[in-house]
Design a protein around this ligand. Structure first.
Ligand code: NAP
Length: 291
């Protein structure tokens, strides 16, 4: 065993981001990937035993309750995973000098602005999911540990269920799709975020850059534009029509504008982030090649 290697625990490893983390080439450090069946993050004693046994130095918490609408009906479960477990995880990190990389969301904002959100902007979540994720952020911020909180938006991946796969499938089954054009944000290929996280860990450039950061792909679009581009790149014949959110009522109102400003991250880490259409192209290519 190479003693210069550090030990990294990635939770939620069968989710979109966790799966992409696993797929990144990482030879420089020792990674442990766990999902809910192996390590339930709400189980304090299992988490403590795991970090002690494996001498964990960094936790990348990709585990979360991510069903935005269902969270309205299951607020306690969403709070247990997105807030209480994160608070307890931060306590364990404090006891064992572990650096925590916590993933959060653009849904901490209410979307009533029309310029990209900075890390310093006020949060005002519109639903239980966003509120519990914000409560998780606050718990980390108040814990006194060394941490990075990375907010991201509109995550998709070749792994799991997501908008890219749904639109890809529907566009081959239907002649026309209607998609909302009054919610604007930035899609993020989870592979790009995973690469960034592994890059900062492997190059040891995270420890002196603590705090809150925004990460999404570059550019701005509506869900309609996103769907249009998926259909175009998938080369199906389906027509995509714009519609208002009111035509498809959901349990939770989504922010009308949730573009994240990434200036701080790009400058502090001297990092170049790919444009959303290029990243979408990479993902569709991988889906078509069956990974
Ligand atoms: N998806 C998006 O559009 C989006 C947008 C912005 C931010 N984010 C944030 O990005 C992060 C990653 O999201 P994602 O899209 O990769 O999520 P995801 O695909 O839904 O994966 C979440 C993973 O967490 C696991 N998990 C749930 N409860 C757990 C528990 N108690 N213990 C251990 N693991 C548990 C799930 O396992 P099971 O399936 O077995 O429950 C699943 O594998 C999350 O923090 C999310 O809030 C996501």
């Amino acid at each position: 065993m190479d003693d210069s290697m550090i030990n990294i625990l990635v939770t939620g490893a069968k989710g979109q981001l966790g799966s992409e983390m696993r797929a990144v080439d990482h030879k420089l450090q020792r990674y442990y990937f766990t999902d809910s069946a192996e390590l339930d993050i709400t189980d304090y004693s299992s988490l403590t035993s795991f970090v002690e046994k494996n001498k964990i130095d960094v936790i990348v918490n990709c585990a979360a309750y991510t069903n935005v609408d269902k969270a309205q009906d299951e607020p306690e479960q969403a709070d247990a995973i997105n807030h209480k477990a994160v608070k307890a995880m931060a306590q364990i990190c404090a006891q064992h000098s572990i650096f925590l990389i916590q993933i959060s969301t653009d849904y901490v904002f209410d979307g009533t602005v029309n310029t990209p959100y900075k890390e310093t902007d006020e949060t005002r979540p519109l639903g239980i999911y966003g509120q519990t994720k914000r409560d998780g952020e606050v718990a980390v911020e108040q814990s006194g540990i060394d941490y990075l909180i990375i907010r991201t938006s509109w995550l998709y991946s070749r792994f799991g269920h997501n908008f890219v796969k749904t639109i890809g499938r529907l566009s081959s089954e239907k002649e026309q799709l209607k998609v909302v054009f009054d919610q604007v944000g930035t899609p993020t290929n989870a592979a790009d975020l995973a690469r960034f996280i592994v890059y900062i860990i492997d190059n040891d450039i995270y420890r002196d850059k603590k705090g809150l950061y925004h990460f999404s792909n570059e550019g701005v679009c509506s869900w309609y534009d996103f769907a249009w581009e998926i259909v175009s790149q998938s080369q199906t014949q389906c027509k995509v029509e714009p519609c208002h959110s009111g035509e498809y009522p959901t349990k939770v109102t989504r922010p009308h504008y949730s573009v994240l400003d990434k200036t701080k991250l790009k400058s502090d880490f001297n990092y170049r982030i790919p444009y959303w259409k290029d990243s979408l192209h990479d993902c569709i290519k991988k889906i078509n090649n069956k990974h």
